[in-house]
Design a protein around this ligand. Structure first.
Ligand code: LRH
Ligand code: MN
Ligand code: MN
Length: 387
């Protein structure tokens, strides 16, 4: 098997973008639990994201969600982030929390509502100009609850038209990234339910339009790594929203529910050229921490991605190819599983120490006093919430 020393340098390329909303309070429709120390401003969210990067060296950028993270001066916000050692990343649009969007946004029958949603994306593109962001990420809640409620074809056509209007404004060095999700909040049909629909829509737009794969947005049992392979093969895998799910869009810590699935996904990423300095695939988290502390929740998450990346890099490609050539089914499977079962934690701890990072970022954070500090300092004002 490949040994750790051979892959150590490749780990340098890892960068995982954090979602600003992971630092706000979140919950379910049953209850949102508040927690001491939760940010009261976008700046405090950025400070927390920078803390994750300081302890791990893995998270140099933070994504914003508009209007949740709307501020007056984005250039100043970008400078604030840089002063804290990180940069602003993807700008996420939000057309799911306004009454006007009850029956849809970019696919709505009413041209006025469609225009309002398009204008919101124009605002996001303007923000990207000020923050220096590359990606505009679009996830749509558009869909219907009842058969007959809407014309499926008409909605798809209007969506294509709206996306084309937005795409025209996307700069030469920017990308439009379209996320899909198979259900929720609409329950009968969703306008962008799967990778195929997202692919069809972005392929019609052009080279700078790509797909976002959120690992929590598939039906149970879906072979996600196959989708990863196919999108990479087609040159259309733009980014990941990593998280874990047991049942639905649970948004739990990535690698928590099924570490083996995360491994299989990253193996395909590596195989397809989606990892490393020559790749444009963005690794992002899209998670919420409803009952655990948010900063260590994010630290755990990026470490999980790093650990599975290391294991995926350890797969002995030559041995796999040889087993495939000779039709040795079980030999190939064993090569795959040998890498998965390799415990890389001690090697990663040493790797971090060599780079001036704490060997155990979880423990270092717990002992740093940062949690107590923010719990004492952040009193008054109102805590930010996911929604
Ligand atoms: C939708 C989604 C999308 C949103 C985020 C808050 O379920 O995954 O990425 O922007 O959650
Ligand atoms: Mn997502
Ligand atoms: Mn989601």
């Amino acid at each position: 098997m490949t040994d750790f020393a051979a892959i150590a340098a490749a780990l340098e390329h890892q960068a995982i973008e954090l979602p600003s909303w992971a630092f706000g309070n979140s919950g379910t429709r049953f209850k949102v639990f508040g927690s001491a120390g939760t940010p009261r401003s976008v700046e405090e969210k950025i400070a927390d994201a920078a803390t994750v990067h300081r302890f791990t060296g893995l998270a140099p950028t933070v994504a914003l969600h508009i209007p949740w993270d709307r501020v007056d001066d984005y250039a100043a916000l970008a400078r604030y982030a840089e002063d804290h050692g990180i940069r602003l990343g993807t700008i996420n649009s939000n057309t799911f929390q306004d009454d006007d969007y009850k029956l849809g946004s970019l696919s709505h029958v009413d041209p006025k509502v469609r225009q309002k949603a398009i204008d919101h994306h124009f605002e996001c593109i303007d923000i990207m100009g000020e923050t220096g962001s590359r990606d505009l990420k679009i996830w749509l809640a558009d869909g219907t609850n009842y058969p007959g409620q809407g014309d499926l074809r008409g909605r798809q056509d209007r969506l294509a038209e709206s996306l084309a209007t937005i795409y025209e404004r996307v700069g030469e060095d920017q990308r439009l990234v379209l996320e899909y999700k198979f259900f929720e909040p609409a329950f009968y049909h969703t306008d962008v339910p799967d990778w195929g629909t997202s692919y069809a829509q972005v392929a019609a737009l052009g080279d700078r339009a790509v797909v976002c794969l959120d690992t929590g947005h598939h039906a149970p049992g879906t072979n996600i790594e196959f989708i990863v392979m196919q999108l990479l093969r087609l040159g259309k895998l733009g980014s990941f929203d990593f998280n874990s799910r047991f049942y639905a869009d649970d948004d739990l810590i990535v690698g928590a529910a099924d570490p083996f699935q995360l491994f299989r996904i990253i193996v395909e990423v590596v195989r397809g050229g989606g990892y490393g300095p020559d790749s444009d695939v963005a690794f992002m988290l899209d998670q919420c921490h409803n009952i655990e502390h948010k900063i260590p929740g994010q630290i755990r998450s990026v470490l999980n991605v790093q650990e599975m990346t290391a294991r995926a890099l350890l797969v002995d490609r030559d041995a796999l190819a040889a087993a495939e050539e000779t039709g040795d089914v079980l030999a190939g499977h064993q090569v795959f599983m040998d890498a998965f079962y390799t415990d890389v934690r001690a090697d990663l701890a040493a790797w971090r120490e060599e780079r001036g990072l704490p060997a155990d970022p979880m423990r270092a954070y717990a002992e740093s006093g940062y949690q107590a500090e923010i719990e004492t300092a952040r009193v008054g004002g109102s805590q930010m919430s996911w929604t």
